[in-house]
Ligand binder design. Structure first.
Ligand code: CMX
Length: 388
């Protein structure tokens, strides 16, 4: 059925379904298909997985991959925008240490906006992207109480190296950390126009609130357990399994289903095969940490769970999704606390949401921008009262 026919098919069955399947607009950065998953500007994600995050930022904003010259230019632009213009550290130091890292991320993004907002959509989006690595590194350090001797930011380093340098974890393989986080960022940067965080960010921006307010709102949407926080739940799930023995893993999966709990890391609303982003991360794990205990567990899960889930015909896709492997990889490089994992998702998504906000505010409708969001709600019968 074509998109036009879908538009004509709108019925009362679509009400109170969270806009499921209701076309809202067009997206210039990405789309998702049931077999190849997400595509950025037409490229299947598997073709982009080894690119540098900076080049994918260029792609999402310019809708074409950069030439070597343009690749240098985007790096130079991000370097020029990287320095945080004010005292972000003091604000973060004042936050409650036991607040969730996603709440810190949201406050951090708001703080960056209060320190500087240009009110130019693209400039603010690019400034935010350029300042995220420092915000992320400070967020970890300050929450963990490692507030002494924080290395100065090096704006000339890559985005991921700036995070790794600020974090400055001892006893870890920094090159491996850079490789795994770079891949993570590229895989998570965008996922169509209608996922909740992206939609929320664009809806807030449609009131002409700033990029920073819009992005902080998007991060709040992402923080929910039904959305971005699933990657935290996935690693917690893997840690609970605690064995890579296929028989024990199968028994665990069956017990979870019996207890009516989700088998994390499997299933998808749109995809009908294994998410290619999971396939890429399994290949990366096989290369960098084949003997890691958590990696061994997810490798067994990948074999066992689809077979068990596939016994239930209601489950449309029993295969692995993007969240199955990312936690095990982050854990392997020394980031062992799963409560931080959604902040990496948020960091990555700032690029896709930023690009989509710029498109909706300054490209759509011949540059006029999409109007303020105002979907129609229909009054329920009991709300229609008259005084006789
Ligand atoms: N474990 C247990 N039950 C599952 C399941 C899973 N992994 N996947 C689907 N189901 C169940 C659904 O809960 C639903 O049950 P009800 O009919 O009782 O409500 C039924 O099977 C049919 O679901 P579906 O049409 O196949 O999938 P949905 O679009 O409803 O749900 C998703 C998709 C991701 C929420 C679901 O597969 C799930 O809960 N997975 C586990 C959590 C998880 O890994 N989330 C990360 C998602 C990553 C991503 O979206 O990219």
């Amino acid at each position: 059925m074509s998109d036009e026919e879908v538009l004509l098919e709108l019925t009362s069955n679509h009400l109170n379904t969270g806009l499921r399947g209701v076309p809202v607009g067009t997206c210039r950065t990405s789309f998702v298909t049931p077999t190849e998953g997400v595509h950025y500007c037409g490229y299947p994600i598997t073709e982009l997985a080894t690119f540098a995050p900076e080049d994918i930022v260029y792609l999402l904003f310019n809708k074409e991959l950069p030439t070597p010259e343009q690749s240098k230019e985007i790096r130079a632009e991000l370097t020029a925008r990287a320095t945080v213009p004010g005292d972000l550290e003091s604000i973060l130091k004042a936050l409650p240490r036991d607040g969730h890292p996603m709440d810190w991320l949201s406050v951090g993004i708001h703080t960056l906006g209060m320190l500087e907002t240009t009110n130019d959509w693209r400039s603010d989006a690019m400034n935010l992207i350029a300042r995220m690595p420092r915000l992320m590194g400070l967020l970890f350090r300050i929450r963990e109480g490692r507030t002494e001797n924080i290395p100065a930011d090096d704006p000339n380093a890559s985005m991921v190296d700036r995070f790794v340098n600020t974090l400055d974890l001892q006893g870890v393989d920094k090159a491996k950390m850079t490789q795994i986080i770079s891949t993570y960022l590229v895989l998570h940067m965008d996922h169509g126009g209608g996922n909740l965080s992206t939609f929320t960010g664009k809806a807030i921006a449609s009131s002409h609130a700033t990029v920073y307010s819009s992005m902080a709102g998007a991060m709040n949407a992402l923080s929910g357990p039904l959305h971005g926080r699933a990657n935290q739940s996935c690693l917690e799930f893997v840690l609970r399994i605690g064995t890579s023995d296929p028989k024990e893993v199968e028994a665990f999966v069956r017990a979870e289903l019996e207890a009516k709990r989700p088998v994390f890391g499997f299933g998808h609303a749109v995809l009908r095969t294994e998410d290619p982003r999971a396939t890429v991360q399994f290949a990366l794990g096989q290369q960098v940490c084949p003997d890691d205990e958590n990696f061994k567990i997810i490798r067994t899960l990948r074999e066992v769970a689809p077979r068990v889930l596939g016994e239930n015909p209601k489950i449309s896709n029993p295969n692995a999704n993007v969240d199955i492997a990312s936690g095990a990889l982050l854990h392997h490089i020394g980031l062992t606390d799963p409560t931080y994992y959604t902040t990496f998702f948020g960091w990555a998504r700032v690029a896709g949401i930023g690009a989509q906000i710029v498109d909706e505010r300054s490209v759509m409708r011949n540059g006029k921008g999409t109007p303020i969001y105002r979907p129609k709600y229909i009054a329920e019968q009991q709300t229609l009262r008259h005084i006789e």
